[in-house]
Design a protein around this ligand. Structure first.
Ligand code: HEC
Length: 131
């Protein structure tokens, strides 16, 4: 029977890599990533198409009873930082982590510019602070 043998130098490099991956991104790093994504610019038609997936959960009608947060009309920087936080696992929510993980930088850019320009609608029973 073979025993698992790990070369000590490979073992320690692996440890370093694992620590690097596990270290949360710094705020500075986050700002840089947000800027890089926003620099890709708007593509509203593509953003509207991609947002078709989001609207299933994120209604455009703001309502007091809403448990899912409003994503329309928020600044693009805010939306990008939120999506990156889910993508990096800094903000934990299994649903949104899998939604965000599936998005590449160009898709995030298209989405956030479109969403930021799209106003929410106030519902009839709205006593939400958004309305
Ligand atoms: C299956 C349901 C579902 C879908 C689809 C979905 N979301 Fe979410 N989203 C949620 C839930 C639930 C939360 C609240 C998560 C939490 O509590 O942290 C959320 C939170 C968010 C937030 C944080 C908002 C805030 O104010 O804190 C953003 C941004 C967001 N979603 C963007 C999107 C985008 C963009 C899409 C489409 C690409 C999308 N979501 C698709 C369910 C969904």
């Amino acid at each position: 029977m073979h025993r698992l043998w790990i070369n000590p130098s490979i073992g320690s490099s692996l440890l370093v890599i694992m620590l690097l991956v596990a270290t949360p991104a710094s705020a500075e790093n986050m700002t840089q990533k947000v800027e890089q994504i926003l620099a890709l610019g708007a593509d509203d038609a593509y953003g509207e198409y991609l947002a078709g997936e989001c609207i299933a959960c994120h209604s455009r009608t703001a309502d007091a009873s809403d448990s899912i947060p409003m994503i329309y009309g928020k600044p693009p920087e805010t939306l990008t930082a939120m999506l990156l936080a889910f993508q990096m696992g800094a903000r934990k929510n299994p649903t949104m982590q899998s939604v965000a993980e599936a998005l590449n930088a160009a898709e995030i850019a298209a989405l956030v510019f479109y969403l930021s320009k799209t106003e929410y609608v106030c519902g009839e029973s709205t006593s939400s602070s958004a309305c």
